[in-house]
Design a protein around this ligand. Sequence first.
Ligand code: ADP
Ligand code: MG
Length: 705
Amino acid sequence: MQSASARTFLATPIEFLKGVGPDRAEILKKEAQIFTFGDLLKLYPYRYIDRTQFYTVKQIDNTQTFIQLKGKIKNIREIGEGRGRRLTAVFYDETGQIELVWFQGIKWILKTLNTRDLYVLYGKPSLFSSKLNITHPDLEPVNENRSTPEKGYRALYNTSEKMKVKSLDSKGISKLMKTLLEQLKPEHIIENLPQDILSKYKLVDRYNAVKNIHLPASLSLQEQAVKRLKFEELFMIQLNLLQLKIIRQREKGIVFEKVDDKFHRFYHEALPFELTNAQKRVLKEIRRDTLAGIQMNRLLQGDVGSGKTIVSLLAMLMGINNGYQAALMAPTEILAQQHYIGLKEMTDKIGIKMAILTGSSRSKERKNILKGIETGEIDLLLGTHALLEDDVKFKNLGIVVIDEQHRFGVAQRAKLWKKNTTAPHILVMTATPIPRTLAMTLYGDLDVSVLDELPPGRKPIKTVHRFESQRIGVFDFIREEIKKERQIYIVYPLIEESEKLDLVDLQNGFESISRSFPLPEYNVSILHGRMKSEAKDYEMARFVKGETQIMVATTVIEVGVNVPNASVMIIENAERFGLSQLHQLRGRVGRGAEQSFCILMSSFKLSNEAKTRIKTMTETNDGFKIAEVDLQLRGPGDMEGTQQSGTIDLKIANLATDGPIIEEARKAAIALLEADTNLESEENSGLKYFLQHQKAGSSFWRKIS
Ligand code: ADP
Ligand code: MG
């Protein structure tokens, strides 16, 4: 069979490739997880160089990205010591000269460079102390390989220092790749996309894509290869997600038959306000889901303050109304506590038994709660991920709400399904909006509801940027606001690696605030992650009750904390926060009817990215817009929550820039599954084989088989 030969070839251990051998094989495995021929082919280039175009030194300026020069090297010198150690040299041609600098791999470079050879240099010129130089250029002697001068585009590969020592730099990898591609035959690369998708989306076949991503003969062939491989990668993700969705829809789901007494009593007696139209619409969507006889898996997106909590409570009430239990899982203890305090008054009114379980619940209390859940005495359980533990057994869990889901992984979500023999309904809520492309990839298996309306009477928060030198004015402003009986948050950054240091910042800040706002006029609370939970509760409660006017805190207050009387959010070192975090923090104010303010404090020295973040914050309150900017700035890899999710381990596609391809891939996947849900047609056999192969290592996706 065709596939057998393909499998054998691609599975050939890398040491069997000419030019590899045991030593280099060891390094390739350790440093780049390349074990087989197939793995090597999946090491994609990060950039291409147009081999046909040369610059001269005179033509260089610092606006160019990567360029190619031809010339010689002189004055190779090692300077500095320890961390300041570097290697410099001068590169020259007939038009002028430019400095080269290396900070790493100095030993190896010293060994390979000489002043005799003519070199081709690839590199990116940059301006350093108003002088142009090129750091870490790629250098290749011209006389090498003279017999086969290369034309067209040359791929560049990222490799590690350890690889470079074994001459496995970009050039070394290119050589191996060439050797491998010479042996590669069309039958080794099984086409995994059906023909009609290839033609419909104008994609090149897989064999040519693999070849041309590494050794493109022209720019257009390279572009086609990239597009094809990106599409393939995104298409497979969509197919997996959509298949998962279909499988779930085949399983029986709990039906919440009626909504009457408890629900209606709540609606009329306990609900303190009229729902927004958006909230009503979403509730209808949830109602439809929970009546349908299949498991609900819904994502609720809504900006900070759009009122997701009450929607989730009403959804849980639908379940409780039908004799089922409900659970709400929050990412932090503080948030779980907040929900408990916020919901208790309402749930007490209609006699719903609610409990809270977190990591710090005392063992006796914990025992009681566990019993209450098992006997069904407790209707509604709040908590952190402590809810996921195996000894938390429900009598009949009907619905689970996951608040601020971006902090939980897909696997954790799956764990909840097993808390009842019939999987409970799942409602996932995001803390802040996430961009559409990201949502499609991270939550592509869920149905989506959007709360696109804020409760009435909210005034948009006014956001300003202030420098340290303007602090006195800021403090005067605080005093005025407190005079109007408003409350103030002052937040300090907390970054995990330097938690101790930041705590010092926070303590200093607290002391300086306490000095600037002395008793008895002003009371100041402090809150940070290292405090015992009783102390946290105490400080939080004082602020909630209005006994303190100022809350000095770290980002522990970021998530979901709700004190409507707080009208000023001051963020210290705002340049150190990411955009979504800034937006989250800002969302802690503007919850009452009063005008609220957010003041972003920073030093003068700001990176361009920090400037963009701060500017974006001062220009818009729209969380969806902010999420888009965030994605563009940071790329999906750094977006909060994407690391843990495990679903976006992308090798070639980029969620920030490949939006159109994601849309196409999803559309194609939907159409394909509609026509052939189980991939049984001959046309889809290559795809089916590929998916089975790909899934072999992942137990989670096995649910699909
Ligand atoms: P988020 O979507 O950020 O989780 P919350 O659910 O915490 O927002 O709601 C923010 C605030 O708005 C809360 O104080 C809540 O009681 C209030 N709220 C929610 N819905 C409405 C509404 N329809 N009318 C008035 N206030 C509302
Ligand atoms: Mg919330």
